[in-house]
Write a protein that binds this ligand. Structure first.
Ligand code: SF4
Length: 67
């Protein structure tokens, strides 16, 4: 399980901000991925939720604004 619904009612990643492989897997399973601007990309894996236009960083992880 990669996600939870947070107190704002949004989908939040359970892997935190350092789980590159999980974030890649999540993006490979998602057909809504859109690469963010290059200077906003933080992962070496091109297709990763960490590099997606629809992720919004939280204190400990990120929310997905699209799914
Ligand atoms: S951040 Fe959301 S929209 Fe983007 S790839 Fe991950 S799950 Fe899909």
């Amino acid at each position: 399980m990669l996600w939870k619904t947070n107190k704002n009612g949004n989908k939040e990643f359970l892997g935190g901000q350092e789980s590159r492989h999980l974030a890649e897997r999540a993006a490979l399973e998602c057909d809504m991925f859109v690469a963010d601007d290059e200077d906003e990309c933080v992962s070496d894996e091109p297709r990763s939720c960490y590099n997606c236009r629809y992720r919004r960083w939280t204190a400990t992880a990120f929310e997905c604004l699209k799914t």
